[in-house]
Design a protein around this ligand. Structure first.
Ligand code: ADP
Ligand code: MG
Ligand code: MG
Length: 251
């Protein structure tokens, strides 16, 4: 599904990513862990195609297509979803109406007509029920006065509605509170299928107790220096990152 080859990227002319290789197949959950400043968010943003992040070399192949030259919205329309950014507040636009617009823009990009209102309502009902969402929540203004948990619930709802092939979830350094953690992990687990994939980016092991990854990768100073199964996350939680740095020096 996603193949990243020798990816280098800079932010404000400073090289942050120094040769990333990563392959994610349908049905898999991958986690990227690493200390603060190692380049985790940069990786998420480069893959999503955010403008401030400059890919200087390497390849990003998504569904057999090289997407490096595509704009962020074009990548989104291909089924790439990046969440846990700083959510924008849009007063006067409800959670539902924002979602309708997003779905129809997506369809337009694929040359499809607007989704019939009846189908849209059905989909909204199905997905909000799946995620145990309160109906009142759907008519609230987007992110206005939302708690941390509500912001996450809205993001997971967007993910449920858009049904991305690959969802990249970049947990902020401050981490999720227990409420948000439960909402996010229940949602992600319910939305998993054999045809989609999830890349969870986290500073903490905690989230991975709930969303169990198939593969864990350690990002240090712009490179993936170690990959393993979920047990690697526990080892990092217990021993931190220093032992990996020592291992690297020894080679
Ligand atoms: P992580 O998510 O692992 O904490 P980041 O990718 O956020 O790491 O940051 C890696 C490095 O890139 C840091 O040195 C950070 O200061 C720099 N950086 C990231 N984003 C920006 C930005 N928008 N502007 C300037 N520097 C940035
Ligand atoms: Mg950071
Ligand atoms: Mg980050």
């Amino acid at each position: 599904m996603l193949k990243i080859k020798n990816l280098h990227a800079s932010v404000e002319d400073k090289e942050i990513l120094k040769g990333i290789n990563l392959e994610i197949n349908a049905g898999e959950v991958h986690a990227i862990m690493g200390p603060n400043g190692s380049g985790k968010s940069t990786l998420a943003n480069v893959v999503a195609g955010k403008e401030e992040y400059e890919q200087t070399s390497g390849e990003i192949i998504f569904e057999n297509q090289e997407i490096s030259e595509l704009e962020a919205d074009e990548r989104a329309h291909k089924g790439l979803f990046l969440s846990f950014q700083y959510p924008v507040e849009i007063p006067g636009v409800s959670v539902t109406n924002f979602m309708k617009t997003a779905i129809n823009e997506n369809r337009k990009a694929q040359g499809l007509e607007d989704m019939p209102a009846k189908d849209m309502l059905k989909k909204i009902r199905e997905k909000s029920e799946l995620l145990d969402m309160d109906r009142k929540f759907l008519s609230r203004s987007l992110n206005e006065g939302f708690s941390g948990g509500e912001k996450k619930r809205n993001e997971i709802f967007q993910m449920a509605m858009l049904e991305p092939k690959l969802a990249i979830l970049d947990e902020t350094d401050s981490g999720l509170d227990i409420d948000a953690l439960r909402i996010v992990s229940n949602g992600v687990n319910k939305l998993r299928t054999k045809d989609n994939a999830v890349l969870v980016i986290t500073h903490y092991q905690r989230l991975l107790d709930y969303i169990v990854p198939d593969y864990v990768h350690v990002l240090l100073e712009g490179k993936i220096v170690k990959s393993g199964g979920k047990e690697l996350a526990y080892k990092l939680e217990e021993h931190g990152y220093d032992w990996i740095k020592e291992e690297m020096k020894a080679v």
